[in-house]
Design a protein around this ligand. Structure first.
Ligand SMILES: C[C@H]1O[C@H](OP(=O)(O)OP(=O)(O)OC[C@H]2O[C@@H](n3cnc4c(=O)[nH]c(N)nc43)[C@H](O)[C@@H]2O)[C@@H](O)[C@@H](O)C1=O
Length: 321
């Protein structure tokens, strides 16, 4: 039985990836910040809590990273832990950069010292390409980060490439575009919209406030995206892959779709300039050609279908949690 360590296991992707790894017969070890302070609701929702092992580990503390690897001897490590909010990174640039960079570096140093055969997956991000100069984005597009979060992801990405090229480590980076589900945190746009719309339906909110809705993003379905993470680490050679749907949608159209579908008046959509970010990507979408041909990953979900699925799940669970 192979052991996989998953950092960020309490998040949307961590929960779905753990479920996938368990189905494939792995022993799954999750790194958490602390037993008392971690939000285990997603793992509980997917009924994974008694099937995985959770270990407290401060990922910016090298000795703890060395310890978790030497004790558990993983074959694969999936590094999903991060301060993942672009918006928060503008308020907490130092904390974001420190955590998102040092955690990667600690893992790769620990792997280099303890067992260079361990395969490492890094969660890179489409945000790395912020100031877009050509679309669609591919694995060789020029990076130009527009936020502290994006800078931290560019740095983590290149640390992985450098450890691959300099030390021969097996490091693969998944460059994931926005991907959503019912398990997405409520501070992210799509879940905020759908949960908020149900709050309006149930009389808990009078209206919803958003930032800039005139921009476009490439959105997909989280459960399919985590499959690509696992597929990457099964290749003979490490490599980097863009994981995306291949087209972008205007945020306005997403909001209208959800409000219209639930029969909520569009007049209850408010724009609050305070929610605008200092810098914003106007339009971005990627090419998943390499993932489809080299990885054999398939993706053909229309994002409005994804919205339908999240709405159905919200409807089933609203008020229960
Ligand atoms: C690929 C990337 O994907 C995610 O980052 P994100 O794109 O910042 O995600 P989000 O859902 O917060 O924003 C999506 C868009 O929606 C706009 N927007 C408008 N109005 C509101 C609003 O009211 N709230 C939020 N959150 N966003 C809003 C916002 O300005 C942005 O353009 C993370 O997983 C990240 O870790 C990652 O790597």
């Amino acid at each position: 039985m192979k052991t996989a360590i998953v950092t960020g296991i309490t998040g949307q992707d961590g929960a779905y990836l753990s479920r996938l790894l368990l189905k494939k017969g792995y022993k799954v070890i999750g790194c958490i910040r602390s037993h008392s302070g971690s939000n285990l609701s997603r793992l509980k929702y997917l009924d994974l809590l008694d099937k995985i092992e959770l270990i407290e580990c401060d990922l910016v503390d090298m000795s703890q990273v060395l310890n978790i690897i030497s004790t558990n001897k993983p074959a694969e490590i999936y590094n999903l832990a991060a301060q993942s909010s672009v918006s928060l990174s503008f308020q907490q640039p130092i904390g974001t950069l420190e955590f998102n960079i040092h955690s990667v570096l600690n893992f790769l140093e620990a792997i280099r010292i303890l067992d260079p055969a361990i395969r490492f997956y890094q969660a890179s991000s489409s945000e790395m390409f912020g100031k877009v100069n050509a679309l669609p984005i591919s694995e060789v597009s020029v990076v130009h980060p527009l936020s502290p979060y994006a800078i931290s992801k560019v740095t983590g990405h290149y640390i992985c490439i450098n450890y691959r090229e300099s030390y021969g480590l097996y490091t693969s980076c998944g460059i994931l575009f926005n991907h959503e589900s019912y398990l997405r945190g409520e501070n992210f746009f799509v879940r905020k919209l759908i949960k908020g719309a149900f709050d309006i339906l149930h009389g808990q909110k009078e209206y919803l406030e958003f930032g800039n809705l005139s921009i476009k993003r490439d959105f997909g379905w989280s459960e399919k995206y985590v499959e690509a993470m696992w597929m990457m680490l099964q290749l003979d050679q490490p490599d980097d892959f863009v994981i995306c749907s291949g087209s972008s949608i205007a945020l306005n159209d997403i909001v209208y779709y959800v409000f219209d579908k639930l029969g909520i008046s569009r007049e209850l959509i408010r724009i609050n300039p305070k929610l605008f970010r200092p810098t914003e990507i106007e339009d971005i979408y990627g090419s998943n050609e390499k993932a489809k041909t080299v990885l054999n990953w398939d993706y053909n979900m229309d994002f409005f279908k994804v919205l339908d699925l999240i709405i159905e799940e919200e409807a089933r669970n609203y008020g229960k949690q």
